[in-house]
Design a protein. Sequence first.
Length: 322
Amino acid sequence: SLLQTVNNTQTIHVWQTPIIWATEGSSVTLPCDYRIIGENASNGSYKWYRHIVRYGVEISENNKYFSGRLSRVDQDQFIHGQSAAITLHGVELSDSGMYYCEVTFQISQEISKDGNGTFLNVTVNNTQTIHVWQTPVICATEGSSVTLPCDYRIIGVNDSIRAYKWFRHIVRYGVEISENNKYFSGRLSRVDEDQFIHGRSAAITLHSVELLDSGMYYCEVTLQIGQQISGEGNGTFLNVTASANKGSGPKGHLSLYIHGGFVGGVLLLSLLSAVVYYMYTKQVSGHFPVQYGEPALYVLPAQRHQEDANFPEEMDLYTVIP
């Protein structure tokens, strides 16, 4: 502590905690206690400085860097509780450094004294994490509505600003699924704020899905508390298939025509194969003429085999001479 004496009867002692630890995003109080020895006084004030006492950066609401995230003890606590503490909210790594408290009283003359300083050490918060779960595969048919579930849990601080986004193909850097995307505009539904905050759901619903909607969809949940923390799911593959009753439409008729043509082609090919096989077997048995480049010459056989004697003469087939 430091001591200052005025007229040998009035002195101020100021105490500060040498070092304070805090994690990113948290609130931290920097204590500053004082005692007045001698005449009691009620006309006093206090200030805080960063880096250098009195000549450093003053910690106040007028400093835009601290505006909105600074709390001070009220006048009653200051005078009767003899406390000049301040509290910083949503601390950041850059808040680390020395902080000095200065107490001033007006007792016939101004008396000021400052403490030895407090070193604020802000560290990364490893306790705030987000777990996100997605369903691996979702199947849907053309024209239907399909919900892509996304559930999350926060470990650590729960009092925070939250948001969620969906991306297609690639998480964060893919196509964002939103009303601002003309491809999804008018056919996208999101869970409301209550479902998101209290139900821990970041699901979306796509309406009138198309075959082109098939693909990977990623859910990202963001937590804002001093710093931004994000968690992503492993993705959901949406598999959109053709509707079973689409055969009654023009596209369905075309599909039937193509299918019928294919079946007819197979049957025709089978028939041609049977004819070729029949011709081949006749050729091998010697009862069917075969042409080898030049026209075949047909002559009557000179002698009939004995086993063919029962056949009438007009039933004789011709012998082939190439």
